[in-house]
Structure formats: C-alpha cells, structure tokens
Design a protein around this ligand. Sequence first.
Ligand SMILES: *[C@@H]1O[C@H](CO)[C@@H](O)[C@H](O)[C@H]1NC(C)=O
Length: 253
Amino acid sequence: MRVSNFLLLLLPVFARSSALDCTEVPGSLKQIDASNGQVFGVNSTGSIFTLYGNTFVEVPGSLKHVTVGPAGVWGANNNIYKLVGGTWQQVSGALKQIDAGGDQFVVGANAIDDIYCLHSSSTISVKEQSSLPWVNIAGKLKYYSCGLRGCWGVNSGDYIYFRHNVTPESCAGSRWQQIDGRLSMIEAGTDGSVYGVSSAGEIFRRDGITNSNPVGTTWTRILHYICKCKHVSYDLGLLWIIYSEGKIMKCQV
Ligand SMILES: *[C@@H]1O[C@H](CO)[C@@H](O)[C@H](O)[C@H]1NC(C)=O
C-alpha cells in the first residue's frame, strides 16, 4: 500500500520532467528549514530533527517551529529558544513561527499574527533567560521569512507581502508592499530565492528577483506532478518538500 502510493506519486515526476531529480528521505515532518547545508524540522507531535548525512536524527526538546540560518538555530513553541552549545536556551518573547534566514537577524509571528524582529546585535550572545529587545512590526502575518534579498510574509487570508528596507540593524524595515498571488506559507532562502506553497498544495518560485528589484516579477509553478505539498524550504540547489502525511522529499532544482 505504502510502496504503491510512493511510486504513483514519484513516477510522473521522473517520467515527464527530466530536469527534476526528487528522492524521498525517510522520516515524517510537519515543518522544515534548510540553510547553508543544515536542515532542521519538527514533526506533528513536536519532536525535533536535524539531517545528519542522509538521515534525520532526533534532537532533544519539543517545538512547533524550528529555523536555521545565519543567526543560528532557533525554535518556537510559543516560548522562544536558541540552540546554544547543543541545548535550547529559552529567551524572552512568544512566537508561533520563527525565521533565522536573514543576515544574522531573526523574525517571526506570534499566536495572534503580530509580527516581530530581533536586530542582529541581539541574536549573537544569547544565554538562558536572555531578555531580548523584540521589535513589533505594524501589520498581521501568519508566516514571515527573510533571506538574502528581503523579507516576505503571508497573512491569514494567504495574501503575500514584501517588507521594504529591512537591514540587520534596522530589522523593522519601512513599509509593506502587497505582491500578486496567494500562498499559505513562504520561505526566503539564504541565497535570495523565494518559494511558497498555495493552500491547494502547489509549489511556486518567485522569479525576477534582483538587488534593484527585490520583489521579483512573476510566480512560476514548479513540480506540477507532486500534489498536496504542505511546506517547502530551499537551500544550495535543493528543495525540501513536506507533502501528504508528513513525507519528506528532496528535489534538485
Ligand atoms: C515524532 O517523533 C517522535 C520521536 O521519533 C515519535 O515518537 C513520534 O511518534 C513522532 N510523531 C509522529 C506523529 O510521527
């Protein structure tokens, strides 16, 4: 049963698009984040995993959302934690979603979709019970992610927004610009790429992103034959996809 489902899903990918090279990675996750070769994820009951070689191994602790990036490894389960020397140090604040993909700054959203960021100067020397100067950003988002060329978010209606003029030391930025399309989650990569998943489970890539036009130009739907995707993260030429029932797929793009 499981084997035949797996083949049905993957065969069309191989058959119809020679450019794609997708393989399933053993495990089950709800959320995944990749940056600079590191991959972290959580499963639906809060267990935390990191990729070691080609295997997800469990990391102690319990989180709803985990992130890895230039600011380190951070996690949220309403409480906020940073992984320091192999242990989770709880810091001040409350978030349901967190992202460390910006240039040493951290962003996230809380339970009522309020948006926060932490300047790069405050993400480095974090200790247990550090009181951190989280900055509230005007607006409401359920998911907010930063990468090399800016910060992207989606709100409860799946509308997409780009934040202008975000810098590591002025992480609040200046204004929102609504971008065409609807996505239920969005991830900006450490290399500047932007990928998202629609509520129907389709994966989109933002094209046309440059330094002078960080909002890009168009959404391109990719991997047409993989259905019901839930979560995506891109790093170093690899797209990590969570699809039906938490299965994990790694695609070369
Ligand atoms: C999450 O991972 C833990 C540790 O491996 C496991 O015991 C638990 O069953 C997993 N949860 C789900 C829903 O698979």
